[in-house]
Design a protein around this ligand. Structure first.
Ligand SMILES: [Zn+2]
Length: 268
C-alpha cells in the first residue's frame, strides 16, 4: 500500500508492508526532479505506478539497505535515469542483495543495479544540494541537504530519538559523530526514511544525540567498573523484543554496548 502526501514542494510516498505480525513502512521522496530512495523490493508493485507517473531526472540513494534500494533496478530498466549512491557501495549494488532470510521475508529480494558514485555537491532543476556523510546506521549512509528550503533528507540517521535496539552493523560512536556533524548545518525540516516529515528536525536529531551520548557514557562507566558487556546490557538496556529472536540477534540492545566498547578498546 502507498500513501502519498505533499509537504510544500516535497512529495512524500510512504510504502507500507503489511504482514501477519509486523507493520513496516519506508519513505520515498521527490523534490525538484530528484527522487530520494526507492522503497523495498517487496513494495515494488505499489511503487511502480508512482515511478511511472512522477517526473524526475535522477535518483539519489541514502544507503544500500534493501528497503531503500529495492526499486532501483526497475527504475534503471524502465526510466533510464541515473542512480547515485556513496561510491563505497557501488559494488554492493552491482550484486543481488545479501542479507538474512527474515529481511527477505519483509523487504523482498533486492536485485542488482548499476549505480554511479554520488557527488558531494549537486544540482537539481532549481536548487543546489550537498551530500553529507552520516555513517553509523550503515557505513555508506549519506544525508542530502537542499540549501534553498533548508530541508534535510536523512535516510535512517534518525528513525526515532531513542532507539530500542541496534543492528549488528550499527555503531553508537559513529552515529554520535554523524549527529554532531549534522548539527553544524543550517536546516529546519527533516525527511526521515521511516518517520516521514519531521518539522523540527534539527531539534529531534539533537535529542537523539543527547540520548546516544547519555547511553554511551553509562556504558563506559559500567565498563570501567569491570562489568561484562552482557551485564551492562542487562543493567542498562534489558530487552525481550521479539525482533531479537526473529533476527537471530542481528537486532539486539547488546550492539549498543559492543560498539561503544570496541572504540574504547581501540583508544587504549
Ligand atoms: Zn537502513
Amino acid at each position: 500500500m502507498l500513501k502519498i502526501n505533499k509537504i510544500n514542494n516535497v512529495t512524500c510516498a510512504q510504502g507500507i508492508v503489511e504482514d501477519r505480525e509486523r507493520f513496516s513502512s519506508v519513505m520515498v521522496y521527490l523534490m525538484d526532479g530528484l527522487l530520494i530512495d526507492t522503497g523495498s523490493p517487496s513494495l515494488i508493485k505499489d511503487f511502480i505506478p508512482f515511478f511511472e507517473s512522477e517526473d524526475f531526472d535522477q535518483v539519489y540513494l541514502t544507503h544500500h539497505h534493501e528497503d531503500h534500494t529495492g526499486g532501483a533496478k526497475w527504475i534503471q530498466d524502465h526510466k533510464e535515469k541515473p542512480i547515485y549512491i556513496n561510491e563505497i557501495s557501488v559494488d554492493i549494488c552491482s550484486r543481488e542483495g545479501d542479507y538474512l532470510p527474515y529481511r527477505h521475508d519483509v523487504w523482498g529480494d533486492r536485485e542488482a543495479f548499476q549505480a554511479k558514485p554520488l557527488n558531494s555537491h549537486f544540482s537539481t532543476r532549481t536548487s543546489k544540494w550537498e551530500a553529507i556523510p552520516v555513517p553509523g546506521h550503515a557505513f555508506d549512509q549519506m544525508a542530502f541537504l537542499n540549501y534553498s528550503e533548508g530541508y534535510l533528507f536523512t535516510g535512517d540517521l534518525y528513525v526515532t530519538p531513542k532507539p530500542k535496539m541496534l543492528l549488528r552493523e550499527e555503531s553508537v560512536p559513529d552515529i554520535i559523530n554523524s549527529l554532531k556533524r549534522i548539527q553544524n548545518y543550517d536546516f529546519t525540516d527533516m525527511f526521515c526514511g521511516h518517520a516521514g516529515h519531521v518539522p523540527n528536525g534539527k531539534e529531534m536529531l539533537k535529542k537523539k544525540l543527547d540520548y546516544m551520548e547519555e547511553i554511551s557514557g553509562k556504558i563506559m562507566n559500567l565498563h570501567a567498573k569491570g562489568y561484562t558487556p552482557e551485564e551492562i546490557k542487562a543493567q542498562l538496556l534489558p530487552s525481550k523484543h521479539p525482533l531479537v529472536e526473529i533476527s537471530g540477534g542481528e537486532w539486539d540492545t547488546l550492539h549498543f554496548v559492543t560498539s561503544v566498547l570496541s572504540k574504547v578498546e581501540l583508544n587504549n
